[in-house]
Design a protein around this ligand. Structure first.
Ligand SMILES: Cc1cc2nc3c(=O)[nH]c(=O)nc-3n(C[C@H](O)[C@H](O)[C@H](O)COP(=O)(O)OP(=O)(O)OC[C@H]3O[C@@H](n4cnc5c(N)ncnc54)[C@H](O)[C@@H]3O)c2cc1C
Ligand code: SF4
Length: 454
């Protein structure tokens, strides 16, 4: 698409709009917040975290001044703990289940405390884990997103020789290319990938499996393969005008923003975003923060049906985004470039919206053909690779996890699947069972919950 759109805002204003929303905690703030934790006996926060980080355990370490120890607890259960501290939907996970939320409507700020601890060690360049004694076996990991990085970390700690193949120029998957900059700057995700490199993991960037390296070659080069390829391109709208100049897919739009080369981002003055998932909500908010005059989110169902989280919706609303519910796009108008969008409401009434950009955010395609035609493993009817509880595919040498196996969830879910895949691979190759922190949540012995044990 020709890029003669341009933001009307000056760079300082945009930098301000994309600065991290949640400020970092000072040591004094962290100490006060940590001291509020009740160290609950059954820690519902740990249950709610998909990687089952020992939340009261790390908070106690912050309270006692052992910030490095706190970070160790976090990264031990989640190798992308610094990213998750920023991008996890904590409102519906750990903080959403915090006892303090029920008692005084003010949950412990677990996400910000996690960020405080992980930032501390990353800023000091501390390496918390070492590569294990080499065991003579090698694993190829396809994709360097949360699932790939997590699996690579645990395997390296067990002494495997791990190579990560990544088709993009930078490691990190959607943590690097998809997260809104005001949630997490790209530098955080890159620093986390660096931590994995320092464990001795080799990264082959700009290397696409199936194009630069054949799948058979990959399979032959390693004792096991972990597929962590995520999802594919954005779904098509399948309406007339979809290929006009000015129609862009949300992932491409967000990826351009991640370069922080603000003037290179194709931005209309009036932007229509189709969809109401978290990607759509990120796209509308970012278009507004870049300086579009008018941004409209268009969704075919009601507001209640919108899959985006409420707090994300609230942010978009505060930024002045408009919403059109129960409205479907019918045709994108224009001869070469977008000039408008024809939409129909629930009653079938057709109207036209003047706009010069349409952003598609109606979900990503699955990578079914990669699994069946290139990797030769089974995929289900939804296009997800089929795996068992050890993350093993229909080919016993090939494992898979993350979005490509669960159909698309959160970064933290992908990280947990990467951990389970490392355990599954180790068991398949050695016959030994190993268990990493937070792999299995053990129910505490039955006892009354005491929310105030001290
Ligand atoms: C716009 C957007 C915003 C999101 N925001 C959030 C959020 O705020 N919080 C949250 O928790 N989650 C969020 N998510 C979801 C989260 O990003 C994913 O769940 C997570 O990244 C999945 O991790 P993954 O490792 O499975 O896949 P990915 O992160 O997609 O990584 C897959 C990697 O595989 C590489 N790859 C693919 N095919 C090949 C090949 N053939 N050869 C080599 N490399 C290959 C890709 O280039 C990519 O780097 C968001 C998703 C999107 C799309
Ligand atoms: S007070 Fe909240 S953060 Fe602390 S252990 Fe209990 S549930 Fe977890």
């Amino acid at each position: 698409m020709a890029n003669d759109y341009c933001t009307p805002l000056d760079i300082t204003q945009i930098e301000h709009n994309f600065a991290e929303l949640d400020p970092a905690m000072s040591p004094a703030e962290a100490a006060v917040e940590a001291s509020r934790c009740l160290y609950c006996y059954d820690a519902p926060c740990t249950h709610a975290c998909p990687t089952h980080i020992d939340v009261p355990g790390f908070i106690k370490k912050i309270a006692s001044g052992n910030v490095t120890g706190a970070a160790r607890v976090i990264f031990d259960a989640n190798p992308i703990g610094a990213s998750c501290a920023r991008v996890c939907p904590v409102e519906v996970l750990c903080e959403g289940s915090c006892v303090e939320k029920t008692l005084i409507k003010k949950p412990i700020e677990i996400g910000r405390l996690q960020r405080y601890a992980t930032d501390f060690v990353m800023a000091n360049g501390k390496q918390l884990f070492e590569k294990g004694t080499p065991n003579g076996r090698s694993v190829g990991v396809v994709g360097s997103g949360p699932a790939g990085l997590s699996c690579a970390t645990y395997l390296a700690r067990l002494g495997y020789d791990v190579t990560v193949y990544e088709r993009k120029e930078k490691a990190g998957g959607l943590d690097t290319y998809g997260m809104a900059e005001y949630k997490m700057p790209q530098a955080v995700s890159l620093a986390e990938a660096d931590q994995v490199k320092r464990l001795g993991v080799e990264f082959r960037l700009n290397c696409e499996i199936g194009r630069d390296v054949s799948f058979d070659g990959l399979r032959a080069a390693h004792d096991a393969v972990f597929l962590a390829v995520g999802l594919g391109a954005t779904n098509r709208l399948n309406i007339p005008g979809e290929d006009l100049d000015g129609v862009i897919d949300a992932l491409h739009f967000i990826e351009t923003i991640k370069t922080r080369d603000w003037r290179s981002v194709p931005l209309g003055r009036t932007v229509a975003v189709i969809g109401a998932g978290n990607t759509a909500i990120d796209a509308v908010t970012q278009a507004k923060r870049l300086g579009a005059d008018r941004v409209i989110l268009i969704y075919r169902r009601t507001e209640k049906d919108a899959p985006a989280y409420d707090y994300e919706m609230e942010l978009a609303r505060k930024d002045g985004v408009e919403f059109m519910w129960q409205t479907s796009p019918v045709e994108i108008l224009g001869s070469e470039r977008v000039t408008g969008l024809r939409v129909a409401d629930a009653a079938g009434l057709v109207t036209e919206i003047e706009c010069d950009q349409v952003i598609k955010a109606i979900g990503q395609q699955k990578m079914a053909s990669f699994f069946t035609d290139i990797a030769g493993v089974a995929a289900d009817e939804k296009g997800r690779v089929v795996i068992n509880e050890n993350m093993q595919s229909s080919d016993p040498k090939i494992f898979a996890g993350g979005d490509c196996a669960n159909g698309g969830a959160e970064a933290v879910d992908a990280s947990q699947m990467g951990k389970h895949a490392a355990m599954g691979i180790h068991e398949a190759l050695t016959g030994e069972k190993v268990e990493f922190a937070g792999a299995i949540l053990r129910d505490p012995p039955k006892a009354p919950v005491d929310p105030n044990p001290h």
